[in-house]
Design a protein. Structure first.
Length: 110
């Protein structure tokens, strides 16, 4: 199974950190989609969001929005979810793919 992340939206706000320094356009919410594809090309997706609290980030460690990368954001999501949470999402994706494998028809009788 191949899993990947797609970042759909970033929620931004100006936020004061613990030193009362204004962090402009701090990312406080990430909306994401986890995608799965099996060897036969059957796909499934799972939507989620992660809230971030930049108030504990020092001005020196703060990354300006223009310098934020997808890898950084994925790292924040994975840190928030932990391995257990990612496994739970992957299990749901696996189940969706199994359901998507079913052939269904709508009978024409009444």
């Amino acid at each position: 199974m191949n899993y990947s992340w797609h970042i759909t939206k970033l929620g931004l706000t100006d936020k004061l950190n613990r030193d009362d320094v204004l962090l402009e356009n701090a990312i406080v919410r990430v909306q994401w989609k986890r995608l799965a594809e099996d060897a036969d090309g059957i796909t499934a997706s799972y939507l989620g969001s992660t809230d971030l609290d930049p108030s504990n980030i020092s001005a020196v460690d703060f990354t300006a929005l223009n310098n934020v990368t997808k890898d950084m954001v994925v790292n924040w999501i994975e840190k928030d979810l932990t391995d257990k949470g990612i496994d739970k999402v992957n299990t749901k994706l696996d189940a969706k793919i199994a359901r998507n494998r079913l052939n269904t028809i709508k009978p024409n009788w009444k």
